[in-house]
Design a binder for this molecule. Sequence first.
Ligand SMILES: [Zn+2]
Length: 255
Amino acid sequence: MQEDSPVQNENTPDTTVEQPRRGRRRNRLIVLGAAALVALGLGGVTVATSGPDRPAPTAVSLDAQSRADAASRADRSARESSAPASPSASPTVSPSTASASPTPTKTATAKPKPKPKKTTRPTAAWVDPMPGASVTSCFGERWGTLHAGIDLALPSGTPIRAAAAGTVTQAGDAADGYGNSVFIDHGNGYLTHYAHQGRIAVSVGQKVKAGQVIGYEGATGDATGPHLHFEVHQGMWNQIDPAPFMRAHGVDLGC
Ligand SMILES: [Zn+2]
């Protein structure tokens, strides 16, 4: 009997009862319509929100790409510090992280640049043994004999410099016409010879650097005047023309 009572209530012809029910149905329709509109609106909203959301994933992917590129260049510490920031960050924040992430990578990539130090350049370089000197005689036949070196003239006492790094193998006056002379073995099969020095500044066994002062110009031995007699030996006492040899090493002696 209790189930019948609501049915009877619905079928009751009493207008006073029906009017509020019609009102309820209208309200229900309005609510349903509103719900549908809301659903459509939400759909529209979701479509609308998916629009602005689309550039955000691309921003995230760009951020990921830039971070991947940065990670390939940067060390692991920089990669691990920047990686946890992006997943927790919202898409709107990711552009800021994308703009922020390249700056640490630039500093990270700038750091390895000073690592390669060109410390081998000074030892490998060849220099003019007496810069600014005038050539008074080149390598070649002179007075019926071979002039086995290049004569470089400057006032007496001018410093004479090692043409390249090496070890002093002879230093002194051997009474062979060269006067005070110095031999430097450069360790590559070549030696340089500096003759007629007024004073010698190195000793046998001493290691010298390119450009290091080994003595001072003079006129000892068979010399008509102060000058440096400079020789290049391809193996001891096998003199070659110093001009092309030095030119091949970036030094123009003028012959
Ligand atoms: Zn000479």
